[in-house]
Design a protein around this ligand. Structure first.
Ligand SMILES: [Zn+2]
Length: 417
């Protein structure tokens, strides 16, 4: 246990700083490739090979998003696109604006949305029709498309002017979608109460080209039990458009890279795999593909997967959300919680469905295959989640130690079994 003090905040801070400095990095863009190169080079410095599983993804170049309210006194609203939205022409679309509440399926039965641009909001990220249900933005834009809407304007309730942006799917969505500040949403709603109908002009244009992102991985062969494997995943390197990406998720990658350094020095009997994925923000498709295509890497005796995602939050823990009747691994969660306690840290199992709402992040693809995975995450306590405020200025790197050390200790414990 005493060698855990060789896991250095200084190193994790340097990784976090380098990756966050790249800025927003949607899958397949030059910024995403820069993050991938950084991770590979850092793993190679440790004497590890760092191949990648390339995955095709459409990339939108020269993206322009503009939203204008066409009233007696027309005005523009600041907006940001979702990740891979549907596109308009350069001229954009003009259509009546209609309010659809929280954009749940039932909301679209109450209003005629055909040929209109809809606007909606949520109180909390991924809010669903009941407190325990999870409606990713992709579900809401699909609801709007089914109802015949031409465009989707969205906001998440908050007290400042930040704009939160969201992922959709691996492919381009069918209708254009943008996020706006919450204050602008309130203004629109008020306007609708005083005026019956008014138009909006929405541009969400760009050039689509075929692109690639990658799942990066390194294998550190076990000394005496190489067939048995443990995965330490820094979750994902990409971000939605316009998100700073320091906590989400340079933080998880920083922990993963420092644990790779630690374990190249203190070798384990079982094989360790270090992993960084693409596609997490739009349905965790990077991890799902890796699990599907790369069984030759993690083998048939994969005993544990640690997904480390946005762990510079004030309240990290293991999210144990129910989804498809599955949960993140109870035993791993308990081991992590117990080891955190033993080391003097706080890393609780969060089993409150109103907080977790079924979110399993990159643990989903593993759990689906019956492989034990734990999802270490702190999204519910990150004030700057998916905004351009997610920067190094607001982080406290010492928090990373409360995750890196319990994970390392749990890996060592599993290794001695
Ligand atoms: Zn994340």
């Amino acid at each position: 246990m005493e060698n855990l003090n060789e896991i250095k905040v200084k190193n994790m801070y340097a990784h976090m700083r380098a990756i966050a400095a790249i800025g927003p990095r949607p899958d397949g863009t030059e910024a995403d490739h820069k993050a991938i190169r950084y991770i590979k080079v850092e793993l190679e410095k440790l004497g590890l090979e760092a191949p990648g599983l390339p995955l095709e993804v459409p990339v939108i170049e020269n993206m322009v998003t503009k939203l204008k309210v066409l009233d007696d006194q027309p005005y523009e609203i600041r907006c940001k696109p979702f990740l891979r939205p549907g596109l308009t022409s350069e001229k954009g679309i003009t259509a009546p604006l209609v309010y659809v509440g929280k954009a749940f399926e039932q909301d679209f039965k109450k209003v005629d949305c055909r040929e209109k641009i809809v606007f909606s909001y949520e109180d909390l990220p991924f809010e669903g029709p009941t407190p325990v249900e999870c409606n990713f933005p992709a579900i809401k834009t699909a609801n709007a498309f089914k109802a015949g809407a031409l465009g989707f304007i969205f906001t998440t309730q908050r007290k400042d002017g930040f704009i939160q942006t969201w992922g959709l799917n691996r492919e381009l969505d069918r209708i254009p979608s943008v996020s706006i500040p919450f204050g602008e949403f309130l203004k629109l709603k008020e306007k609708l109460q005083t005026r019956k109908e008014f138009n909006a002009h929405l541009i969400c244009s760009g050039k689509v080209k075929k692109g690639f992102s990658e799942v990066v991985y390194s294998v550190l062969k076990g000394t005496t039990k190489p067939d048995r494997t443990i995965v330490i995943s820094g979750s994902h390197h990409e971000t939605p458009p316009g998100a700073g990406g320091a906590n989400d998720n340079a933080s998880g990658l920083a922990v993963m890279l420092e644990l790779a350094r630690f374990f190249t020095k203190y070798r384990t009997r079982k094989t360790l795999i270090f992993l960084s994925s693409c596609g997490e923000e739009s349905g965790t498709w990077g991890n799902i593909e890796f699990v599907k295509q790369k069984q030759e890497v993690y083998g048939t005796l994969c005993e544990a997967v640690f997904i480390i995602d946005m762990v510079n939050s004030s309240e990290n823990g293991m999210l144990a959300g129910p989804e498809n009747g599955k949960k993140t691994d109870v035993r791993l969660n308990k081991m992590l919680e117990g080891n955190a306690n033993a080391l003097g840290y706080h890393l609780p199992v969060i089993d409150d469905p109103t907080i977790t709402r079924g979110g399993l992040g990159d643990s989903f693809g593993w759990l689906e295959r019956g492989i034990p995975a734990s999802f270490i995450d702190g999204y519910h306590s990150d004030y700057f989640y998916h905004t351009d405020g997610d920067l190094m200025d607001v982080i406290n790197p010492n928090v990373l130690k409360s995750v890196s050390d319990p994970v390392a200790l749990t890996v060592m414990q599993l290794d001695s079994e």
